[in-house]
Design a protein around this ligand. Structure first.
Ligand code: ACO
Length: 325
């Protein structure tokens, strides 16, 4: 089996900033409420760019960083809860935008855990020798499906995309990848979407596409699974928290992250946080954070990172990344 590493990373973020004060003009909320409950100060909201547009932006940066031509890409795996269309896949739109003519393309649905799920799939294709270079993308335009009249959810989310180029390698890269799900908790968080063309369904019985969440249940699940998942990666890799330069958690809520930091007795700053600037960008949050850390020069060759995510399903995912670029 071959080793697999990340050779390029990039983000695609809309320019338009929506602050908590901007939101307080749309729904009955305040900067104080949002900041103390979530840590979010502002988020990016797309003005017309779709999920594939943001994804393509992220991919172009990741390709440039890794000196990879679009034609070298064998597969595009895109995780999203807000695709351009139900069919074809958003990965196909990205393929067309970047000219990756030799790639197989598909989307996966694993909500906020999706980037690491996609990483696991991409890594398998490379390990078995089926593919040499795979694009793994997390991309969302959640503003399309946000209920802008529901103050308990619309303050949480933002738009953005992140992409990584995976390649076979002699050095260690992505390992100890775990993914899981608890489908019995599916009702606590999701996006309802009912087909509208069934002649047997009356129009008044049709729900609009809508995001719904039981915040307390999500909090309960997230705060315990983050700790469990990090423990699993550490045990599997024979490492301790001292060996890890950064943990990059899914950026949902600063209180979930603070809970994990406390329980794991991790030093200040070991968990990377940028949700204050972007809100919760679901599948995009981890690759956006990775791209930002790379741009800031925070991660150096040989650094060991843990990625950990949780989301609707409920789903969860985590892995070890050795930064060997
Ligand atoms: N502004 C002002 N007041 C609000 C707002 C708002 N935006 N939203 C809700 N409220 C009010 C409620 O109406 C309620 O008022 P009431 O007491 O008069 O009825 C009060 O604030 C408390 O509401 P709760 O829902 O109990 O608020 P809670 O303290 O649970 O905080 C939150 C809500 C922040 C969502 C919390 O449940 C949480 O952190 N959950 C974790 C889930 C999460 O982060 N999800 C992110 C997306 S999911 C994911 O990424 C996997």
């Amino acid at each position: 089996m071959k080793e697999v590493k990340i050779i390029g990373i990039g983000s695609g973020i809309p320019d338009n900033i929506m602050t908590n004060d901007d939101l307080s003009k749309i729904v009955d909320t305040s900067d104080e409420w949002i900041t103390t409950r979530t840590g979010i100060k502002e988020r990016r909201i797309s003005k017309g760019e779709n999920t594939s547009d943001l994804a393509a932006k992220a991919v172009m940066k990741a390709l440039k960083m890794s000196d990879t031509k679009p034609e070298e890409i064998d597969m595009i795996i895109l995780s999203t809860s807000s695709p351009d269309a139900l069919s074809p896949s958003t990965a196909c739109f990205v393929q067309d935008k970047i000219g990756a003519v030799n790639a197989s393309c598909f989307d996966i649905s694993a909500a906020c855990s999706g980037f690491v799920y996609a990483l696991r799939i991409g890594a398998q294709f490379i390990k078995t020798g089926e593919c040499k270079k795979v694009l793994v993308i997390g991309a969302e335009v959640l503003s399309k499906i946000t209920d802008w009249t529901d103050r308990s959810t619309c303050v949480l989310f933002g738009d953005g995309a992140g992409a990584a180029v995976l390649a076979e390698s002699d050095e260690k890269g992505v390992s100890s990848i775990f993914t899981g799900a608890q489908g019995n908790k599916a009702g606590y968080l999701g996006i309802t979407c009912v087909p509208v063309k069934n002649p047997l369904v009356k129009p008044e019985e049709i729900e609009n596409i809508k995001l719904h969440m039981d915040g307390k249940e999500v909090f309960r699940f997230a705060s315990s699974i983050v700790i469990e998942a990090i423990d699993k990666v550490l045990k599997d890799s024979g490492l301790t928290m001292d060996d890890i330069k950064y943990v990059i958690p899914h950026q949902a809520n600063v209180r979930i992250i603070e809970y994990a930091v406390k329980k794991l007795k991790a030093p200040e700053g070991k968990f990377y946080i940028n949700l204050d600037k972007y809100g919760n960008t679901s599948a995009a949050s981890i690759p956006i954070a990775l791209a930002e850390m790379n741009e800031k020069g925070l991660i150096k060759k040989g650094d060991k990172l843990i990625l950990v995510a949780f989301g609707a399903g409920f789903t969860w995912s985590a892995c070890l990344v050795e930064w060997n670029i």
